[in-house]
Ligand binder design. Structure first.
Ligand SMILES: Nc1nc2c(c(=O)[nH]1)N[C@H]1C(S)=C(S)[C@@H](COP(=O)(O)O)O[C@H]1N2
Ligand SMILES: [Mo]
Length: 436
């Protein structure tokens, strides 16, 4: 086989049968985990695929795609294009900034963040959503019921993972090392969660939601829950919080929660439950999987890098902070000799708030130019910004973008460290060179 074929072949094996692929590559058997080391034949195969030997191959977690292999195979995720894959068990993949240039993120460019497996069945037929708990009238709704009984809405909504930007923390924090691309702004069609909750009738003690999805826990234990987060009733009643059955006018992508998901835009993405089967209305703050401890929480006060923080000091992440991306040009471009002006553009968003302004600098923050900022098409959508950058002579430049939210809070140059690596909204920087 030619190296390219080896790469695809191994990749497909990982995608279709990760356990066997793992056994092949690392000479390891599922029931004899950690036994193996790379043998001659598999060493050649994996070496051809990733371009070198893997000295610590025997330590790779069972069932993981070797990162280099996953990243080289651009087709890594079915139905996704150009995403950078972190792993496939669970699937986690982000979008390079320059591929997020569209106002409405195409389905094949929307990032994926999974905490568990993917449900076997993701078609709408027979899918049921339960609304229960602190309500007067518990509901059981099919997707047809949702479509018939409630007013449909289509909204462009920003979903950003709470851990987006984690790769920027030092000392490093554990978890997916997202750089910039765990964010997307698709057009979601569904019904307002508020309308459904009004139909069920909230009891006076209702204070929080608890969300459940059909994705199996990675352990395979049906009693364990991959993730079950919730939001305060006020966020649940926000007219932009929707139960979505379509993404950019088509059925949801299986990895983005088909056939039904919540979109609680502007908050940590974990609040937007995929493969949604149940909303349990709670009479206290929800305490489901990854709601408690330090999951999706940050210290309530600034801490030093690396500092140990007592569990009691962690507070639940709610609205995400103001942030922006430079989506064009792509970082690393070399511009033609004599270029003195460059069109720069991107998006900015600010959780529950609108963005007030965006500024751009080409001189490491010494001077700033105000960008032209478009209004959001609806609440909780990112906003387009454009600027012209003056590049007086040849050489190396960094372009920095800095958004300011409606309250006047701007993106920081560097963000305060926190133990789980959340909420890094430091300014986005790209590099460009003007040829001599
Ligand atoms: N059922 C379920 N819903 C989920 C998750 C999950 O693992 N299971 N991950 C959450 C997290 S952490 C994020 S950031 C978003 C990501 O949505 P996306 O994969 O459609 O981009 O989904 C959220 N909803
Ligand atoms: Mo997330």
């Amino acid at each position: 086989m030619k190296p390219g074929n080896v790469e695809r072949g191994l990749f497909e094996l990982y995608a279709n049968d990760p356990e066997r692929a793992d056994a092949v590559v690392f000479d390891r058997h599922p029931d004899k985990s950690r036994r193996g080391f790379i043998t001659g034949a598999s060493l050649a195969a994996i070496g051809a695929a990733v371009g070198s030997a893997i000295p610590f191959g025997r330590n790779m977690p069972f069932g993981f795609i070797p990162l280099a292999l996953a990243q080289k195979a651009g087709l890594a995720v079915p139905g996704k294009d150009g995403l950078v894959v972190f792993n496939d068990r669970p699937w986690n993949a982000e979008t390079p900034a320059h591929l997020l240039d569209d106002d409405v993120t195409p389905v094949n460019r929307h990032f994926i963040r999974n905490n568990g497996g993917v449900p076997e069945k993701t078609d709408p037929q027979g899918w049921m959503l339960t609304i229960d708990g602190a309500v007067n009238k518990p509901l059981q709704l099919s997707i047809d019921d949702l479509k018939k009984r409630f007013k449909p809405v289509s909204l462009k909504l920003t979903i950003e993972c709470g851990g987006n930007g984690r790769a920027g923390f030092n000392p490093p924090t554990s978890g997916n090392q997202w750089t910039y691309g765990a964010v997307g702004n698709a057009e979601w069609t569904g019904v307002r969660l508020a309308d459904v909750l009004k139909e069920a009738g909230l009891k006076p003690e209702a204070v929080y939601t608890g969300h459940y999805g059909a994705d199996p826990h990675l352990s395979g234990d049906p009693k364990q829950v991959s993730i079950s987060r919730g939001v305060p009733i006020a966020k649940a009643m926000d007219p932009d919080t929707i139960i979505a059955f379509a993404m950019n006018g088509s059925a949801l992508h299986p990895l983005n929660g088909a056939p039904l998901r919540l979109v609680a835009p502007g908050w940590a993405g974990s609040c937007s439950q995929k493969w949604l089967t149940r909303i349990w209305v709670r009479d206290k703050v929800h305490d489901g999987a990854k709601m408690t401890g330090d999951a999706y929480r940050v210290p309530g006060y600034p801490v030093a890098p690396g500092e140990k923080v007592p569990k009691s000091a962690f507070e639940i992440i709610q609205s995400m902070p103001v942030k922006s991306l430079i989506t064009s040009p792509q970082s690393g471009v070399t511009l033609a000799k004599g270029t003195t002006s460059l069109d720069v553009r991107g998006h900015a968003w600010a959780g529950d708030l609108a963005v007030r302004e965006v500024h751009v600098s080409v001189d490491f923050g010494a001077t700033w130019t105000k960008a032209e900022l478009s209004p959001a098409p609806n609440g909780h959508s990112w906003q387009r910004w454009r600027a012209k950058a003056a590049l007086p002579e040849h050489g190396y430049y960094e372009i920095w973008a800095r958004a300011t939210d409606a309250n006047g809070t701007a993106q920081p140059f560097a963000v305060a460290w926190n133990p789980k690596g959340y909420l890094n909204n430091a300014m986005h920087r790209i590099a460009v060179r003007v040829a001599a």
